[in-house]
Design a protein around this ligand. Sequence first.
Ligand code: DGP
Length: 112
Amino acid sequence: MTLFKKIIDRQIPANIVYEDDLCLAFRDISPQAPTHILLIPKQEIRSMADVRSGDQTLLGHMMVRASEIAATEGLSKDGYRLVINTNENGGQSVYHLHIHILGGRALTWPPG
Ligand code: DGP
């Protein structure tokens, strides 16, 4: 069981900012920007590399929720970044798909 599944199951605490039947959002324990939220599906999908066509509705739902959460956090006007690190080269460390919502400062590009 991954760490994020334990957060879904309330086995470990997290600062939860949004929840519905399909997904959960909580603040990253090691924020890389003034606002750093992780949005995860409740369904255990390992990474973007494991997404299948049947996940289309769920992932579409999460993108809409990401936009709404960013708006609630006051990030829409100045802007923000959504990131999905995928597998080893993508820098993924927790193997439960998650969207990073990063904002509150000007973010650099390209990534390292
Ligand atoms: P990634 O490297 O893309 O797999 O991102 C994993 C993120 O998860 C990383 O930014 C730190 C965060 N994280 C790891 N452990 C915990 C935890 O126990 N609680 C919370 N809230 N975030 C965590």
